[in-house]
Design a protein around this ligand. Structure first.
Ligand SMILES: *Cc1c(COP(=O)(O)O)cnc(C)c1O
Length: 258
């Protein structure tokens, strides 16, 4: 079995254990976060049964999608969204987890158009109130949710959050609990909402205990990430690398991951 296949098996069994411990009979969906990973790594994960993949950089993702067009992958966009990328995101993804402003929601909706299925949307909330993190505050969430729910090209599914990283499991639980509470509030007026996108490699058992319906896991499946293209020193000539070594050559304008 390949390393990726065996990591996937370990993560899926840890998810099952966390559900059992939390007394859950349902299972959260596993989103494999594949930013900076090669198309062949995604193909390997797909061969091991993984269907949903999460990407942070538009052009990098589109390059991989072109290489993986023979696979029935469900593509999720989870990175910060620049308004000049909304057209490409609306055309190339099934889900967007990182909507945090009105203008972006409106642009995604009109770019999706009337002929496609609506784009599945999670609003990104910032529960830890760190100035550096994206996401709307709890008090802004309800208003943005109303707008997203009313836009014809979008289908509001729920909330996404990236809490401040901590090894303290009680602190992880407290932060996820705050997102869960907000989600319950939203569900009171929007009973159709079904998605709580919380939990990464370091904290997904705590997220599952707090009701995660999608966990977004990268490192625990693919191993450590290579640096993104924006952190490549300018002296490294891109044209000397093969396509497989550097699949994200056109990304200088995109942001680095947090
Ligand atoms: C990179 C990333 C992840 C995955 O992080 P890991 O720690 O590698 O599991 C999840 N969510 C978002 C939004 C990310 O950018």
């Amino acid at each position: 079995m390949s390393a990726i296949a065996s990591h996937l098996q370990a993560v899926n069994s840890a998810i099952a254990d966390a559900c059992k411990l939390a007394g859950r009979t349902d299972r959260p969906a596993l989103l494999a976060v594949s930013k900076t990973q090669s198309a062949s790594a995604l193909r390997e994960a797909y061969a091991a049964g993984q269907i949903r993949f999460g990407e942070n950089y538009v052009q990098e993702a589109i390059n991989k999608q072109a290489e993986l067009g023979d696979l029935a992958i469900e593509w999720h966009f989870i990175g910060p969204i620049q308004s000049n990328k909304t057209q490409l995101i609306a055309q190339h993804f099934d889900w967007v987890h990182s909507v945090d402003r009105l203008k972006i929601a409106q642009r995604l909706s009109s770019a999706r158009g009337a002929t496609s299925l609506p784009l599945n949307i999670c609003i990104q909330v910032n529960v830890s109130l760190e100035a550096s993190k994206s996401g709307v505050t709890s008090s802004e969430t309800l208003a943005l949710a109303e707008t997203v729910a009313s836009l014809p090209g979008l289908r509001l599914r729920g909330l996404m959050a990236i809490p401040a990283p901590t090894d303290d499991v009680r602190e992880q639980r407290a932060q996820f609990h705050a997102v869960r509470t907000l989600f319950d509030q939203l569900q009171a007026t929007h009973p159709e909402l079904d998605t709580l996108s919380i939990g990464m490699s370091q904290d997904y058992p705590a997220a599952i205990a707090e009701g995660a319906t999608i966990v977004r896991i990268g490192t625990a499946i693919f191993g450590a990430r290579r640096p993104h293209a924006t952190s490549t020193p300018p002296s490294a000539p891109a044209q000397s690398m093969s396509a497989s070594e550097s699949p994200h050559l056109n990304l200088a304008e995109e942001q680095s991951p947090t």
